[in-house]
Write a protein that binds this ligand. Structure first.
Ligand code: AMP
Length: 181
């Protein structure tokens, strides 16, 4: 597969100031998803570095990681593992807490979703502080899986999340970066 066209992905991402709270610049990918060439270019961009990499499963983080991760799994011809917010999955789960600005949250996967030794590609739309992705990656490791990389459309490098994952030995792939928060 080769990327079908050169698209300025950044220009398709809408920025909404002060959402969900004051001071946050919310990077809204719905404007990219709605554009067929933009969506195709984003999925191609996420998939391309991994076409020759052995991968068993793609994991996506709720909720936008489901849209992107599902498409990436389809392109790579692999299965998909949803990483969900606490309390949503119906069967036996393992969970991992992570720190929010105020308080903690947790992500979960089914305890039997990833078999020991399976190679997993983690996908989400955006990495900011890296807390969510780090917790999701930890679930892969606790399942005995091997993390191939974590792939995002957007990196906010000033928040240090990608660096945080790299320090933990996780490869990070992202398509565009925005300065600031
Ligand atoms: P973090 O755990 O800080 O890396 O935050 C990553 C998660 O929060 C991802 O699932 C993003 O979808 C969401 N998120 C964090 N910051 C933003 C932002 N500025 N715009 C859009 N989504 C964000």
């Amino acid at each position: 597969m080769t990327p079908r066209q050169t698209i300025d992905l950044k220009s398709l991402i809408r920025t909404i100031p002060d959402h969900p709270k004051r001071g946050i610049l919310f990077r809204d990918i719905t404007t990219l998803l709605i554009d067929p060439r933009g969506l195709r270019a984003a999925i191609d961009g996420l998939v391309l570095p991994f076409l020759k990499t052995p991968i068993d499963l793609v994991a996506g983080i709720e909720a936008r990681g489901f849209i992107l991760g599902g498409a990436v799994a389809h392109e790579l011809n692999k299965g998909f593992v949803p990483v969900r917010k606490k309390g949503k999955l119906p069967h036996k789960t393992i969970g991992q807490e992570y720190q929010l600005e105020y308080g903690v949250d947790a992500v979960e996967i089914h305890a039997d979703a990833i078999a020991s030794g399976q190679r997993v590609l983690m996908v989400d739309d955006l990495i900011a502080t890296g807390g969510t992705a780090e917790a999701a990656c930890e679930l892969v490791r606790r399942s005995g899986g091997e993390l191939v990389a974590a792939a995002f459309i957007i990196d906010l490098p000033d928040l240090g999340g990608a660096e945080r994952l790299r320090r933990r030995g996780i490869k990070v792939h992202s398509l565009v970066a925005f300065e600031g928060h």
